[in-house]
Design a protein around this ligand. Sequence first.
Ligand SMILES: *[C@@H]1O[C@H](CO)[C@@H](O)[C@H](O)[C@H]1NC(C)=O
Ligand SMILES: *[C@@H]1O[C@H](CO)[C@@H](O)[C@H](O)[C@H]1NC(C)=O
Ligand SMILES: *[C@@H]1O[C@H](CO)[C@@H](O)[C@H](O)[C@H]1NC(C)=O
Ligand SMILES: *[C@@H]1O[C@H](CO)[C@@H](O)[C@H](O)[C@H]1NC(C)=O
Ligand SMILES: *[C@@H]1O[C@H](CO)[C@@H](O)[C@H](O)[C@H]1NC(C)=O
Length: 605
Amino acid sequence: MLSLRGLAVLLTSASLCLGAPSKDCAFKPKETIAPPRGWVKHSSPNADHNVVLRIGLPQPNFHVLEQHLYEVSDPDHERYGDHLSKEEVEELVAPHQESIDAVDAWLSSHGIAESDVTRSPAKDWVTLKIPVSLVEKMLDTKYHVWKHTSSDDYLVRTTSYSLPSDLHDHIDVIQPTTTFGRFKGAKSTFIFDDEPESSVSDATKSTLAPIVNAASGVTVDASCNTTITVTCLQQLYNAVGFKPKAKGNSIGITGYLEQFANIQDLQSFYADQRPDALNSSFKFISVKGGLNNQTLAEAGAEANLDVQFAFGISHPIPGTFYSTAGRPPFIPSVGTPTDTNEPYTDWLDFVLSHPNLPLAISSSYGDEEETVPESFARRACAGFAQLGVRGVSVMFSSGDGGVGDGDPNPATQECFTNDGRNTTKFIPGFPASCPFVTAVGGTQNINPEVAVSRFFSGGGFSNYFKQPTYQKVAVEKYLEALPKGLYKGLFNPEGRAFPDVAAQGDRFRIFLSGRPVSIGGTSASSPAFTGFVALLNDVRLQNGQSSLGFLNPLIYKNGGAFNDITIGHNAGCGTPGFNATAGWDPVTGFGTPNFGKLKGVVSSH
Ligand SMILES: *[C@@H]1O[C@H](CO)[C@@H](O)[C@H](O)[C@H]1NC(C)=O
Ligand SMILES: *[C@@H]1O[C@H](CO)[C@@H](O)[C@H](O)[C@H]1NC(C)=O
Ligand SMILES: *[C@@H]1O[C@H](CO)[C@@H](O)[C@H](O)[C@H]1NC(C)=O
Ligand SMILES: *[C@@H]1O[C@H](CO)[C@@H](O)[C@H](O)[C@H]1NC(C)=O
Ligand SMILES: *[C@@H]1O[C@H](CO)[C@@H](O)[C@H](O)[C@H]1NC(C)=O
């Protein structure tokens, strides 16, 4: 009986496409892109070069999940804070059984067994590691090694792939195929800060009188105008004296690209700026083989920055650092390394399969939106929505390239579309452009605090994601005040606009390889902001309320709880970019947090 049933299943699926190709079995193009700017064909990959293929099955009920997300995140809705469980979310993103069956039949027709694949808990992603020669057969395509012209980045990619016609409705996306992202940390260069003064307490013993910040009305050490410490941020953002006490709170940092946070450097940082946190550390979690080499010289500037400031602000809230294996350095002439996807989808797979998650998570990584195919960007963005509806606040830095998330040097910025037409267009950053994350821009100086100018706070409008309802009023007000016709055709005024908020982003004093370093980038802004989100979660948990979860609907209804930044702009693409203005703007969002005010806001819903 069993074997007969097995045979019947096989026959049903097989009748679709095995044997003589019928109309339904013929390959039909699924996705085709123009060769992306800046990449040239280099060579053919070895036939046994391994590809970790990730197949996304449709999530037919995602719109229902989105509805839940907006209800539980809207402070005026009766379901505010009523987050969903892991199982409820999985049910909402599960594909139809027919899609699972159709994909399984296709894989088994290529000799791929169930034991060769891994599935996400909701079965909406199937992942398998196979040689590129087999991928080429399955997708009726040809892969090449591509080289980036102005760097040593190599990728194994194709510009077009096909699927049997009957599979088109059962597969949303397959990668790596057409993704040409370079996935950078949003960190500008850092300078070693071995000034004569050896500790920050010496540095802050300046003769300058403290400054009363006009926006927040609080007193700030004069040294904060040029050197940012944990104390500066507590003062500037009005959280002096607040001590987290709640049980069950947590905060997380993601690290990619072989970035490790060094525990010894963290202790040096604590000794310098947060002595009461000395001896405390964080939980390390390795994702897909992410490493954690604690040799001092191996510490990454990005990871150290994120961990030191996020955990320095939120101490003693328990912290977690995720090290996700990144793209290995890939040299096409040597061996056959595994070519991976954008690693944040690996990270999403991992965290979404766990029941307990950090309640506020910061990521300082991103790509130019146009280098991530829209289908793949949508799926990754849908993953962030799943975190939000489960009660996790997800922050991303907005990028350091102003309106063109490209070369940080404005003189050499070129913003051309990736579509082969070579027209000039602003280049938004992804995932900051995903409507389900909170994008954090950068500021500097105090009284006034202004948009950062050593590099430029990433901001603008998505070409993929339409403007979500929660931000329509704020964005329309900004666009109405924009000089008529300015930048017409350079950006999509109907797109998701970002950033949502901002925080200090330059001249952060951290420890790296045992030495104090001054570092900047919206890479600094996102973990700093996230530290304050963790404190706000503490306020709510102390009140017996839920965690905040997806923040944006709350932020856009309470813009007045932020210090409005009205000076500065975000140049890029050979233009001065957008201006910071009164109210929301695509440079600094609503501005920087006023913890004192936000405490009241989050307590009252
Ligand atoms: C802060 O630094 C900026 C830029 O260096 C300078 O223009 C401004 O006067 C300084 N503000 C104060 C209050 O010292
Ligand atoms: C950290 O540990 C050292 C050595 O055990 C101890 O002397 C010091 O008091 C500890 N500091 C804190 C803040 O716990
Ligand atoms: C850690 O880094 C050091 C220095 O680069 C190296 O010698 C050592 O082999 C690394 N350890 C591991 C486990 O990778
Ligand atoms: C795109 O246009 C710019 C400016 O017109 C030009 O410098 C560049 O060479 C063009 N690139 C391609 C690939 O056509
Ligand atoms: C920014 O402000 C300057 C000076 O007021 C103005 O000339 C420019 O048009 C503004 N740009 C935008 C994008 O609003």
